[in-house]
Design a protein around this ligand. Structure first.
Ligand SMILES: CCCCCCCC/C=C\CCCCC/C=C/C(=O)SCCNC(=O)CCNC(=O)[C@H](O)C(C)(C)COP(=O)(O)OP(=O)(O)OC[C@H]1O[C@@H](n2cnc3c(N)ncnc32)[C@H](O)[C@@H]1OP(=O)(O)O
Ligand SMILES: Cc1cc2nc3c(=O)[nH]c(=O)nc-3n(C[C@H](O)[C@H](O)[C@H](O)COP(=O)(O)OP(=O)(O)OC[C@H]3O[C@@H](n4cnc5c(N)ncnc54)[C@H](O)[C@@H]3O)c2cc1C
Length: 593
């Protein structure tokens, strides 16, 4: 913190970039404090509460996290069992974990790091439950960091990754906190126990929406880092003869290697622009919400859910492709890619399990489809739902941006219509609403992915058509944008072709175009990854280092393996030699028999 003051970092974004540079792969043990705990105090606390607590948080005099998930519930927030019961006699809330399944489980940094938590609990006052609300809870003694009486806290044990975060469990036993520790910006409990309800119960979910927006940027960061490593390594690695008798080829000259990596390079650029677009939309709508205008809250929720799920799924699949494209060395921690994967793949689960998030967006699309069918106006991002589905593609050899965006709009509109019609058919068959919904959720997931894909393609095209970019750069970025869109069509051709939107000639054009673009991008591939400007210490990769000295780095890395600290490992004396001696003794015996 002091270092950031010295460096004059004022904005939270700059501070976050500095933190990530300091702890480039594992999330910092203070990531949740800065990224979730403090911003939630700012956004969900009253002005008085913010004035009191935010400075303590920003100066790390109070270190916190966000404790919502329980052993028995993570997705279904309304099913959370931790209770906060108001005691008007003492002006306190009594926090309790009434069941085993109600134990808080997973909250990051709760095990050993933090001294406070924002706890999501079912609020009870005057004998009535008012649903989940957030409470600021001190969990450790501020003098000696011991656990506060009435709490049981511990670490949940080893995980796939996320090793920089001590995810923990926390059990409350009639633990008392002051009434004013309930975050009361939107809902309140008065001294007499009266409950003042919020304009919208989902305002309490605001912290999650904010983090989902951040996670879209994380999807870009992690995929682009893996792409940098894999593309640079593919330029250095020579393997096999492309020309019989010739020198071994750079693996980046194999068309298959290009088809693996260049679409992921294009996706990295697309996700960066999508994350920036998402952040701008979040900034605008969240400030409207803070001013009391909740009109666009459903649109923000739907977009944040959809993009968080879509981008993390695609990024994780892409990081694995990057790892495998590096052969054996990609499997080593020396490549840096396994750690990137292990630390981002949790994002498909945390902050809203991806399928559940996609279904939230699907639910929004279903409602918008019905409004569109009634001729009601729709938000700009959703207006494609009223596309005339009888129109066929005008795509030509040039694969123009206009024809590509039209294709993605048509595909998403058609798939949303298919899912909605199935839902309506289910209802007409007499199914209850929840069954009609559940029995159409698989097509809705596919449609929502198409909806998110359209957002990303359209956003990329819009930025290229609006931003002033020098012609040479614009040309290369246009190649990337076209590759991202054409590759997406080729890889999902069935969804674009199902209603004959493309004719056979257009399909051939697209298949030729994707291969031609690989050749167009090849000369600029290394420059395009260098443009992300990730320093070597952040990539932590022998394969992706800027100077390309891969084998030297691998050799030094291997020599530094702890197993090389001794020539003969203790396991020889403890196990191997006794085993061999036993074998030779038994052999002597059998020879004598
Ligand atoms: C510059 C600073 C940078 C700092 C960056 C820091 C780095 C941070 C990035 C990464 C680090 C992250 C580390 C990991 C930390 C992980 C933390 C966690 O995992 S915290 C726990 C997260 N848990 C969840 O997300 C739970 C998911 N479940 C839910 O959200 C809800 O249960 C639900 C699935 C949405 C269902 O809710 P509910 O049953 O109550 O509602 P429904 O009946 O489905 O819908 C009712 C209506 O409410 C609307 N709705 C629901 N949620 C919201 C919302 N959030 N906002 C607005 N509206 C919402 C829903 O759409 C329905 O509306 P209608 O259809 O009725 O109109
Ligand atoms: C690395 C990591 C860090 C975390 N950090 C925190 C933290 O700091 N604070 C915190 O509070 N929590 C944290 N969590 C917990 C996280 O928020 C939950 O795990 C997440 O919300 C998923 O909930 P769940 O575990 O209950 O999964 P479940 O919802 O039980 O998922 C199991 C399966 O059920 C399916 N499913 C569930 N509901 C539906 C539905 N309605 N329709 C269709 N399918 C459904 C899911 O798609 C999934 O396939 C963290 C988790 C991880 C992995």
């Amino acid at each position: 913190m002091d270092r950031m003051e010295e460096l004059g970092f004022r904005s939270e974004t700059d501070r976050q970039i500095f933190r990530e540079a300091a702890a480039p792969v594992e999330l910092s043990p203070f990531g949740l404090h800065s990224g979730m705990f403090v911003p939630t105090l700012e956004r969900q606390g009253t002005p008085e509460q913010s004035r009191k607590w935010v400075p303590l948080g920003k100066s790390f005099k109070m270190i916190g996290t966000y404790a919502q998930t329980e052993l028995g519930h993570g997705t279904f927030i309304r099913g959370l069992e931790t209770t906060a019961t108001f005691d008007p006699e003492t002006q306190e809330f009594i926090l309790d974990s009434p069941t085993l399944s109600s134990i808080k489980y997973w909250p990051g940094n709760v095990a050993k790091t933090v001294n406070h938590c924002l706890v999501m609990a079912q609020l009870y006052t005057q004998g009535k439950c008012h649903g989940t609300h957030l409470f600021l809870v001190q969990v450790r003694n501020m003098e000696d960091h011991t656990i506060m009486p009435g709490l049981e806290i511990g670490d949940i044990g080893p995980k796939l990754g996320f090793d920089g975060v001590d995810n923990g469990f926390m059990r409350f036993n009639k633990y008392r906190i002051p009434r004013m520790n309930m975050l009361m910006r939107y809902a309140k409990v008065l001294e007499n126990g009266d409950y003042i309800k919020p304009k919208n119960a989902k305002l309490t979910y605001g912290a999650m929406v904010m983090i989902r927006v951040f996670i879209v940027m994380d999807a870009f960061k992690t995929l682009s880092r893996a792409a940098v490593i894999a593309v640079r390594y593919s330029a250095v690695r020579r393997q096999s003869e492309l020309r019989p008798g010739g020198e071994e080829a750079q693996v980046m000259d194999y068309q298959t290697q290009q088809y693996k990596l260049f679409p992921l390079l294009a996706t990295s650029y697309a996700f960066l622009l999508a994350a920036e677009g998402m952040s701008q939309i979040y900034a605008k709508i969240s400030s409207d919400i803070e001013r009391g205008n909740l009109e666009d809250m459903p649109q923000l929720h739907a977009l944040a859910c959809g993009l968080k799920a879509f981008c993390t799924w695609v990024a994780c699949e892409g990081i694995e492709v990057c790892r495998m494209s590096c052969g054996g060395h990609g499997y080593s921690h020396a490549s840096g890619i396994p750690k990137i994967y292990a630390n981002i793949v949790g994002a498909c689960t945390y902050e809203g399990e991806n399928t559940v998030m996609m279904l939230q967006t699907a639910r929004y699309l279903s409602k918008c489809y019905i409004r569109g069918q009634r001729g009601e106006s729709l938000p700009e991002l959703i207006q494609y739902l009223t596309t005339d589905l009888n129109v066929k593609s005008t795509l030509g050899e040039d694969c123009s941006f206009e024809s590509l965006v039209a294709a993605y709009s048509h595909r998403a509109a058609r798939m949303v219509a298919v899912a909605c019609k199935l839902q309506q058919t289910n209802k007409k068959k007499g199914m209850a609403g929840h069954d009609a919904w559940n029995k159409s959720t698989v097509p809705f997931i596919a449609a929502t992915k198409a909806h998110c894909h359209l957002f990303i393609v359209r956003n990329f095209v819009t930025i290229l058509s609006q931003k002033k970019i020098d012609p040479a750069t614009h040309n290369v970025l246009s190649q990337l944008c076209t590759l991202y869109a054409v590759y997406g069509i080729v890889e999902n051709m069935g969804e674009f072709m199902q209603d004959g939107y493309f004719n056979q000639d257009q399909v051939s054009i697209l298949n030729r175009k994707v291969l031609a673009l690989l050749e167009d991008i090849r000369p600029n591939a290394v420059a395009l990854v260098d443009a992300f400007d990730y320093p070597d210490h952040l990539l932590q990769s022998c394969l992706g280092r800027y100077d390309g000295q891969v084998y030297e780095a691998l050799y030094e890395y291997s020599k530094s393996s702890p197993l090389n600290n001794t020539d003969i490992h203790s396991s020889y004396y403890n196990y191997i030699r006794p085993m061999m001696q036993k074998r030779s003794e038994s052999k002597n015996i059998s020879a004598k028999l």
